[in-house]
Design a protein around this ligand. Structure first.
Ligand code: PGA
Length: 254
């Protein structure tokens, strides 16, 4: 599976970041899962670029992702960290459209632009989608379809096929296992997302797109969310910033 550790702003200490990296490397070497770390930007630079050739091999056990990338491509834009800078610093993935960035002002147009910058610089985008709340009439399904379509419609099918989808319902983010989606609902949502992908992608390409789930993935629920639900991995927030919980999650998936 593909496991993306979104450290958000939980990790503010370099020693802790290094400890988490060491844990992730050990887990990656001892499991068949692909682990991607999304540290705060300066820590990504510090962790992903080894200072000596001997460290090169160790760092390649895990991959790195930006938590967000700039809408700009350079120039007079104080404080912005562009896709090109993330790629130069060692990132190979970029989370785009996370609900916490949308809450901070990212619009669908900005998200489409960020996707294009990520693709242009060889970063695999992890596009986050998710409804704010569920309603009995299924309006949230239409909302998801639109969110996905608006993000991807401006791209050629070949580019669309490079995007990973992370389904993260807002009502399940940052809570606990009891508040995460139920396995039955996740089965339905993974199928629904693949149906939309089949409309956006040609032929059999849609079945190759990775679909992740995120929202209160913890040791207590990860197995049930993984077994036969149709997802290809997880985007993990708070529990990825705790070495023990993160290690427990990876072990439970093995
Ligand atoms: P959470 O966050 O695991 O803390 O719910 C997931 C996310 O927002 O990516």
């Amino acid at each position: 599976m593909l496991i993306v550790a979104n450290w958000k702003a939980y990790v503010e200490d370099l020693a802790r970041a290094k400890q988490l990296l060491a844990t992730a490397r050990r887990l990656a070497r001892n499991s068949e899962h692909e682990i991607v770390l999304a540290p705060p930007a300066p820590f990504l630079g510090a962790l992903a670029r080894p200072s000596s050739a001997s460290q090169e091999k160790q760092t390649s056990d895990v991959a790195f992702s930006a938590q967000d990338i700039s809408q700009t491509t350079g120039g007079a834009a104080t404080g912005e960290v562009t896709a090109q800078v993330f790629a130069a610093a060692g990132a190979t993935y970029a989370i785009v459209g996370h609900s916490e960035r949308r809450a901070a002002g990212d619009t669908d147009e900005m998200i489409a632009e960020k996707l294009s910058h990520a693709l242009a610089h060889g970063l695999t985008p992890i596009l986050c989608i998710g409804e704010r709340e569920r309603d009995d009439d299924g309006r949230y399904l239409g909302f998801l379809r639109e969110e996905m379509t608006r993000a991807l419609e401006g791209f050629e099918p070949k580019e669309r096929a490079k995007v990973i989808i992370a389904y993260e319902p807002l009502w399940a983010i940052g809570r606990s296992a009891a508040d995460a989606i139920s396995p039955d609902d996740l089965v339905e949502m993974a199928l629904y997302i693949r149906k939309i992908l089949a409309e956006l992608l040609p032929g059999k390409t849609a079945s190759r797109t990775k679909v992740l789930y995120g929202g209160s993935v913890e040791p207590a629920d990860v197995r049930n969310l993984a077994v036969q639900t149709g997802v290809d991995g997880f985007l993990i927030g708070h529990e990825s910033a705790d070495p023990k919980a993160f290690a427990d999650i990876i072990k439970l998936l093995s």
